[in-house]
Design a protein around this ligand. Structure first.
Ligand code: GAP
Length: 594
């Protein structure tokens, strides 16, 4: 069997994950994590929380998964969160058109970056056939398909909403409140671990492309002119980099320290480089094989609508590279958009080092003129004038006036007119009726829109990669053995207690030992089914790092045997020392050190 087929079989048999709703025929793209998988996933999430929230000092929130339509108008997802779909004219199966092209054309690795018309041409030029029924797809159109799941909020269709396609938006929309918790001081980071939904055209490869996924995202809000990342924390961390230049030329993977990657400009954003460095220890901690891992830079056509620089962490599974994390410098795109579409301020106040004297354009419209002239629109016209003065004071100033200002003050000349737009209507009035003036003020700071650096982890893909990378086989007592060499902190179960026999009081004592370990806060399995060898194999397969065997000597001497999963070495330990011994083992001690 191949590596991935082995994993599917193990995942199903041992309860890591399996396709959901099979009793009703199954639903493509949805997976249930069984007891072992749910525990492993939780451990991965806890390791992420421990590093990216606790250790780095960020905040965590939990936002709703359904959000109203205007959020996604602002974020750009309504317009641009599309994949290319191609429907077979014979069997009706739908396919990702860009994936069909990548599979059919040897030198195209990133068809997503091509326009749909070009992808349709490539399908025709390479005689691509439907993977489901074999019919030719040459004359089929390639369309854009929006990946968001739509819904209605409340009865009726008046208030459309969507299941969030990324957890990030739940953080961005709450920025006005979150900055208060951060006492209006940049930089600060807000993280969220939660579900996101994408109506993928062709879900595939088990947990790799699902329609309901878990993301662990960190949005780090920074002042682009003042905040630098604490690079010294990770300066010497080695990064396996596959740059855009290497992808486009003959280059391959190259190892850089974070410092060198920044100094040589291989990673353009210091913040992105910093997070590539911070993440290496996390991947190692959860059990990703770093020999099957790389950071790949996005090619120019591949960048998301919001991203200024982007690198993906990729793991190799089953011979393919899979994106497990996106690292994006999102600039001020998200906060600016939400400010534009909502009624809130998405800025923070940046204090100047010294107070500054600045010129400010202001208006004080003459409402006794605006009211009779513009009727119901007068209030909106006044607001539009104020906004225009802030944005473009030259709209109120004629050329002659600008020249005269330099010599005789800043009062507008009679006779100039200014025009504003309100709801697609133009309103023109004399500048003198706007009360326009330019004042000098002493200001202590200014409002700025923070920039955002985002590491965005796909938890399902991480769990999948760890399982693939940690499946091992060896030979024990002349028989092949499969085991999951998970790092101790990631294993669903810390220790399994197995009685040698289920008689003579061995099972009762084994239950007591298991209870004592549980009382000490450990994840404990009790296993008395089948012979002792089978029990060891079962625990090996789900990655339990230690088995504790209760035998006849236990009854005599109150000691047990502790067996290590990877080496299968065994040591005898006193029962009352067991909880602390297992904890020391989990923290990295070896059996011989106990
Ligand atoms: N907020 C940024 C964002 O959502 P993304 O690259 O679209 O960026 C981040 O997604 C991560 O989520 C990816 O690196 C991947 O690990 C995971 N992911 C995205 N779509 C997925 C899917 N359909 N199934 C499983 N994981 C997915």
């Amino acid at each position: 069997m191949t590596e991935l087929a082995d994993l599917s079989e193990l995942a199903r048999r041992r309860g890591f994950f399996f396709a959901s709703n099979e009793a009703y025929g199954g639903t493509a793209g949805f997976y249930t994590f069984g007891p072992e998988g749910a525990a492993l996933k939780r451990n991965v999430e806890e390791a992420w929380r421990d590093h990216f929230i606790r250790e780095l000092g960020h905040m965590e929130l939990e936002a709703p998964t359904v959000m109203p339509e205007p959020v996604f108008e602002a974020s750009g997802h309504l317009d641009t969160f599309d994949d290319m779909i191609l429907e077979c004219g014979d069997c009706g199966a739908t396919h990702r058109a860009d994936h069909l092209v990548e599979d059919a054309v040897a030198d195209i690795e990133d068809a997503e970056a091509l326009p749909p018309e070009r992808v349709a041409d490539l399908v025709a030029e390479h005689d691509v056939a439907c993977p489901s029924c074999g019919a030719p797809l040459a004359d089929r159109p390639v369309d854009e398909f929006n990946l968001m799941f739509g819904t209605n909020i409340g009865p009726g269709s008046a208030s459309p909403g969507y299941l969030r396609p990324e957890t990030a938006q739940g953080i961005f929309v709450e920025f006005p409140r979150l900055k208060e918790y951060a006492r209006n001081q940049l930089p600060f980071g807000v993280a969220q671990i939660g579900r996101a939904y994408r109506n993928e055209i062709s879900p595939r490869r088990a947990l790799v492309r699902v329609r309901e996924l878990t993301q662990a995202e960190l949005e780090h809000f920074v002042d682009p002119e003042r905040d630098d990342p604490p690079l010294e924390r990770v300066a010497d961390v080695e990064l396996p980099l596959y740059s855009a230049a290497a992808q486009q030329g003959d280059g391959g993977l190259e190892t850089y320290t974070v410092r060198k990657a920044v100094d040589e400009g291989v990673v353009g954003s210091e913040w992105v480089a910093y997070y590539l460095g911070e993440s290496m220890s996390f991947y190692e901690r959860i059990g990703v094989d770093t020999d099957r891992f790389r950071y790949r830079q996005h090619l120019p056509g591949e960048l998301s609508h919001y991203a200024a620089d982007c690198w993906d962490a990729e793991t190799e599974v089953g011979g393919d590279w899979v994106e497990v994390t996106g690292f994006a410098y999102r600039s001020d795109y998200d906060l600016r958009k939400h400010a534009e579409y909502s009624e809130e301020e998405f800025t923070v106040f940046r204090q100047y080092d010294e107070p500054k004297t600045v010129e400010r354009a202001t208006v004080d419209p003459d409402m006794s003129y605006l009211g009779p002239t513009f009727g119901e629109a007068a209030g909106d016209v006044a607001d539009a004038l104020e906004a225009l003065a802030r944005r473009d004071r030259s709209a109120f100033e004629s050329e002659a006036q600008r020249v005269s200002e330099e010599t005789s003050g800043d009062t507008p000349r009679d006779g100039d007119a200014v025009t504003v737009e309100v709801d697609d209507e133009s309103y023109t009035l004399p500048v003198e009726k706007t009360g326009f003036a330019v004042e000098e003020r002493t200001e202590s700071g200014e409002h700025i829109t923070p920039h955002v650096v985002e590491p965005s982890f796909g938890v399902d893909r991480l769990v999948y990669s760890v399982l693939v990378h940690r499946m091992e086989t060896d030979e024990v007592d002349g028989e092949e053995r499969s085991f999951l060499a998970l790092p101790a902190g990631m294993a669903p179960t810390s220790v399994a207690v197995v009685p040698l026999m289920t008689k003579d009081g061995l099972d009762d004592r084994a239950h007591e030992v298991a209870e004592e370990l549980r009382a000490a806060g450990l994840e404990v399995a009790y296993d008395d089914t089948g012979n002792i060898g089978r029990r060891y194999r079962r625990q090996d397969e789900v990655g339990t790092p230690y088995c504790v065997t209760v035998d006849y000597d236990t009854l005599e001497e109150d000691t047990v045997t502790v067996r290590e999963r990877d080496s299968t070495d065994q040591e005898r330990i006193a029962v009352d020392e067991l909880p602390s011994a297992v904890r020391r083992l989990a923290a990295g001690a070896t059996l011989s050190e106990l």
